[in-house]
Write a protein that binds this ligand. Sequence first.
Ligand code: IMP
Ligand code: MG
Length: 185
Amino acid sequence: MLKDDIERVLISEETLQKRVAELGAQISADYAGKEPVLVSVLRGSYIFMADLTRHIDAFCRVDFMAVSSYGAGTVSSGQVNIIKDLSDSIEGKDVIVVEDILDSGNTLHYLFQLLQARHPASIKLATLLDKPSRRTKPITADYVGFEVPDEFVVGYGLDYDELYRNLPYIGVLKPRVYGENLISD
Ligand code: IMP
Ligand code: MG
């Protein structure tokens, strides 16, 4: 069964929901009178995006991008490929990039350069999880759900080998599941 592969729950469903509601309230206050565009970085942020936007009490738009940052292995290669681009222009818009986890920062470093070149009015970053110990690029998030230790986590949108995204909590995988073959995108 799915949950038999989980060593322990790091962030419970209840704790996630409470924090995401807080972030939504904070964004609602910060963007009062504006109409932000929330850009979800697929696929990992899809659940966070869905929950977060339902806690934003303001006119807002949503758009989606898909990128891949990892080759094979546990370390981000720095090579980022766009798999799906935004549907609409962000020129002059207040953009909030919504990510699942800020790890090395490679993906977002690249993505921010790319989005900034399209001349948004402003651009901020909301990440559900932050692993600051792994950072190699100078990226900080404007909205952070939780800081997490340097462990591979799954659930609430985050995957290992495209599985476990549908767990309603954030959990740590049993090492036997990934062995020495940790690959993520
Ligand atoms: P970065 O470019 O190293 O910051 O990589 C960020 C991406 O790597 C995230 O959007 C995730 O898709 C993936 N990632 C990094 N750490 C984890 C983890 O612990 N679990 C699942 N995916 C992860
Ligand atoms: Mg992933």
